[in-house]
Design a protein around this ligand. Structure first.
Ligand code: PSU
Ligand code: MN
Length: 306
């Protein structure tokens, strides 16, 4: 019996019952990470990418007092276009659920619901992390604390480069969260294939990644693994070029005194506007690319844990 606060889409329920691979997807990236209508088109394309790589997609969001695991196309449209959709991190879940509001879930909140539904593989664009200047602002995403305790793998393009990647890597180490880059030695930098930081770990096939996940959890080591998937160089924005834009975006956020949960959506939309949509294009490309890898890992994981 599923948890009474979960609403599982029949397509997902069936896949779960038959032991077929399912990939969880977040909804903050739809409601707060990209402009309409590209956000809805991307959400649908990401689901299709998961399907064409052999797994069932389950986009996660909060509605009608329930945690939805799997959304219909109409519901994806609602989360992409409706006004007043909450950005729900872990702390917001009980408020948004009990007031029956519409909530788009961040990496942290999506992971928790993913785990409740018994899923293991989750795909996003990039995770939250330690913000630049966190030594003053104390702004560290709840994505990190959640990754330390919830046993769901996160497939991403690395840590968003608007953050302090070095400090975020230190945090992952402290919390015992493995960071594995797929197919190269250097950690990717979200919009770019390189971050300037070596990746703590590297694996080259979805099967090896699935085996590592299985081994981690078999050891009783609870928590996530961050799987960082570099964008192909043809789709990336070179690191140095992007860094200039990020510095201007951070200065704009500072000037407008943007704080707390508003900062990430502010920076992402500022960057999309000021790179003539180039950052948005690479954000879309990277999430599709992650969806394909995530599905392959989910397929391999299902085979290995049969
Ligand atoms: N990755 C993207 N776009 C996004 C996000 C990640 O490509 O919009 C979202 C995720 O939901 C992530 C959140 O969990 O940003 C982090 O927000 P914060 O820094 O406020 O914790
Ligand atoms: Mn924050």
């Amino acid at each position: 019996m599923a948890h009474p606060l979960l609403h599982i889409l029949p397509e997902v329920e069936q896949a779960l019952q038959q032991g077929r691979p399912v990939v969880a997807l977040e909804s903050t990236i739809i409601s707060h990470g990209m402009p309409y209508p590209k956000n809805v088109d991307t959400a649908i394309a990401v689901e299709d990418m998961v399907r064409s790589n052999g797994a069932t997609p389950a986009t996660i969001a909060i509605m009608d007092g329930k945690c939805y695991v799997g959304l219909t196309k109409q519901q994806l449209e609602l989360f992409g276009n409706a006004k007043g959709v909450w950005k729900v991190s872990l702390r917001d879940i009980p408020y948004v659920l009990s007031k029956k509001l519409n909530g788009a879930t961040t990496v942290a909140a999506t992971m928790r619901i993913t785990a409740m539904a018994g899923l293991k593989i989750f795909v996003t664009g990039g995770t939250g992390g330690v913000h630049r200047g966190a030594e003053n602002s104390m702004d560290i995403s709840a994505d990190l604390t959640e990754m330390a305790q919830t046993s769901v793998a996160v497939v991403s393009a690395g840590v968003k480069s608007i953050l302090d990647i070095g400090l975020t890597l230190e945090y992952f180490e402290t919390k015992g969260i493995p960071v594995v880059t797929y197919g190269q030695d250097q950690l990717p930098g979200f919009y770019s294939s390189y971050s300037g930081y070596p990746s703590p770990l590297r694996l080259d096939t979805p099967e090896e990644i699935a085996a590592m996940l299985k081994t981690k959890w078999a050891m009783g080591l609870e928590g996530s693994v961050l799987i960082a998937n570099p964008l192909p160089p043809s789709l990336e924005i070179p690191k140095d070029e992007m860094e200039k834009h990020i510095l201007t975006a951070l200065a704009a956020a500072d000037k407008e005194q943007v704080k707390g949960k508003e900062i990430t959506p502010f920076l992402l939309s500022w960057l999309a506007k000021h790179t003539a949509g180039e950052s948005l294009q690479s954000n879309i490309a990277l999430i599709l690319h992650n969806a394909a890898l995530g599905a392959k890992i989910a397929v391999a994981f299902a085979m290995q844990t049969k």
